[in-house]
Design a protein. Sequence first.
Length: 507
Amino acid sequence: MEEKQHVAVIDFGSQYTQLIVRRVRELGYFAKLYPLEEFPHIGEPGAIILSGGPKSTAEPDAPDIDFEGLRRFGVPVLGVCYGMQLLNIKFGGSVKSSNRREYGPASLFPKACTGLFEGVSEESQVWMSHSDTVENLPEGAVVIAANQHETPVSIQWGDHFFGIQFHPEVTHSHEGNRILHNFLLFADRLEPFRIDDFKRELIEGIRERVGKRQVVCGVSGGVDSTVLAVLLHEAGVNMRAIFVDHGLMRKDEGEEVRNNFHRMGVPIETVDAEKVFLDSLADVDEPEKKRSIIGNLFIDCFWETVGDAEILAQGTLYPDVIESASNAKSKASKIKTHHNRVDRILEMQAEGKVLEPLAELFKDEVRELGASLGIPHDILHRHPFPGPGLAVRCPGAVTREKLEIIRECDAIFISRLKDHAWYDHVWQAYAALVPVRTVGVKGDERSYEWAISLRAVVSEDAMTADWVELPYSILRETSNRILNEVAGINRVLYDVSTKPPASIEWE
Ligand code: XMP
């Protein structure tokens, strides 16, 4: 019965496929992504969506689908971009190949304001990303929407097969969600998506995949690895959760992480590695070099503790997957690859020993899953904290003295935000040391001390960010407390830089 209710999204290789799944879940229906190779073994779906893809239907190795198998399901089918072109061919029409790519906004002109386009406005912006276009329609097919040049951009074949040339799943298609919603109304067996059902599926999948083998899971106290560890614990697999304390954590953070896991009832082991990290970082001021030292030491510590792990669990999320796949050649992704995909991990992955159960999810979905696992709100809504810790908030050489100053200033700033109910309105906030000494007056004495920079940003995905207009009263209170309480600081700055061109961290 349960199998009849999901929406099956078949992946033809578009970079947006997972977004379709996410949109369907947002609309309140259970959706599952299937690689094309698995078709038609997709359970008994209530609706099927064929995604876009990078190939042309004219290419000899163009992805194909078992059309009779598809029709046998007898449920509404929506072809998006490549999916629409493929359906048109399957129904007996044709597609015109082109080397010219249409990429960007177009205007949508529905032929009727019922069915797929019910409630969708004339000239609504939709987002295109394609080269080929539908040429001849088979008998009985109907154009149900065109663009501003009268080119068909949506077709209906029979009463439950639909195609759209544009991508409803991207936010640039302004009424894309409404169009997807209208499509799903053609299905009559869809039940609401419940995070608890999803959690159960994940847990069953983990048990099946892991069996009796031992799983090792690195925890940092951050949202993703915490949700992962609790999920594995809930699945009852044989797990060791390891917390490497590299000495670059914030004030009392190691203790906080241990307490948090204690109150969630999930045992963790701590590796105290402060000395080896700080000794290795002494006199290193080049940011890339710091990252490389930290990344490698992290893995060394981890492996020394766990020995031969049978399965390594990682809290990789979907945006991490897209980023490393689409930017494989870029410098930025190399930095990331260095942390999540070092050689030893890649080798394990090739042997099928890496488990990434959250790889289909976005951050807000992970938080929702975490809430359904009973993880307290304060843990799920912690601000992001970088893997290399305070080393990326301490430009120049990292010393114990500087780390201590950063910890104290950061703790004051964060406590002010919490007390004034600003913490949850800010995406990320912290203090970073500005490694410049300037002259000041403390008491009646000359001081020659560092400056501290406070930063608070809002962001959706960390790719761009804006600084937060915190009330002056909070800045004043924070500054007063830092200048009075923290030795070694005689100047407090508030960072009013957007990203780009600045980045969120100060490294
Ligand atoms: P930037 O400074 O690049 O940071 O604007 C964007 C977001 O990523 C976080 N960040 C990291 N997170 N490992 C992580 O897990 C890292 O090496 C790392 N570097 C930056 C940063 O805190 C911000 O949220």
